[in-house]
Write a protein that binds this ligand. Structure first.
Ligand SMILES: NC(=O)C1=CN([C@@H]2O[C@H](COP(=O)(O)OP(=O)(O)OC[C@H]3O[C@@H](n4cnc5c(N)ncnc54)[C@H](OP(=O)(O)O)[C@@H]3O)[C@@H](O)[C@H]2O)[C@H](O)CC1
Ligand SMILES: [K+]
Length: 215
């Protein structure tokens, strides 16, 4: 069953109000995404994984993935597209502050897109269901960088620049090899399998009762 983006936000908020906090949804989302990625790439040990994260909760999911992948022995670099003090939500901030205590993960932030390694995998945690309008900087340059780089590309929830409700693209968008969306499929995403690559919808622990009155 496919759902709308508005329904997803309502279910998420209701689950949160029931006490299943968004930070737990984010944790499960990041963990489920890493499981799917590992199924594809096999051993993460010593792989160079570059994770682009936006300032919203799509980025927060990427931060959770960074911590899990470090646990599997990957060489993880997180590129936060903006300043850490501009991270928008409590749950993303919480995950960023954990990474700050983890020397095993390299944290970068700001506008510069200079990396001294070749990534084996890029994770696109730039924009998800919160997308509006044309892509603004520094997200636009990051999306261009991803598209110009030859490696395996993994989209968190939806390829950035693809509207998960309509299936329409903004001026710039990523083209990925795999996409893992959360809870249930959003209507617009499967319209663009050419951008999502292999596509999965993973449960993230939201109680089914959170759907009551919404679906
Ligand atoms: N489905 C679930 O239950 C869960 C999903 N999770 C993940 O959360 C994201 C949605 O997070 P949200 O914070 O609502 O939105 P985004 O991260 O997609 O975007 C946030 C900010 O991005 C800026 N923005 C929006 N459009 C553009 C644009 N065209 N260019 C540049 N920047 C843009 C905007 O900030 P402004 O300051 O510019 O207004 C947005 O605020 C979902 O996709 C999942 O990945 C959670 O983990 C919980 C469970
Ligand atoms: K994304």
């Amino acid at each position: 069953m496919e759902i709308t983006v508005d329904q997803m936000y309502n279910i998420e908020n209701k689950g949160h109000d029931m006490g299943f906090l968004k930070k737990f949804m984010m944790e499960n989302a990041g963990a489920a995404a890493v499981r799917r990625l590992l199924e594809k790439i096999g051993n993460a040990e010593s792989k160079n994984i570059l994770i682009f994260v936006g300032l919203g909760n799509n980025g927060g999911d990427g931060l959770v993935m960074a911590r899990h992948l470090a646990g599997y022995g990957a060489k993880v670099t997180v590129m936060l597209l903006g300043s850490p003090d501009k991270i928008k939500t409590e749950e993303s901030n919480w995950n960023w502050s954990i990474l700050e205590k983890m020397p095993s993960v390299k944290l970068m932030s700001g506008d510069s897109l200079e990396f001294n390694f070749k990534p084996d995998v890029i994770i696109d945690g730039i924009l998800g269901t919160g997308i509006t309008g044309e892509i603004r900087e520094p997200y636009a340059s990051a999306i261009n960088y991803i598209n110009e780089t030859d490696c395996y590309k993994f989209a968190v929830d939806v390829p950035s620049g693809l509207d998960p409700q309509t299936g329409e693209t903004a001026n710039i968008f990523t083209k990925c090899n795999m996409t893992v969306t959360f809870h249930k499929m959003k209507e617009g995403i499967p319209k663009r399998k050419d951008l999502t690559g292999e596509l999965y919808a993973e449960k993230i622990g939201i109680p089914p009762e959170a759907e009551e009155g919404i679906l």
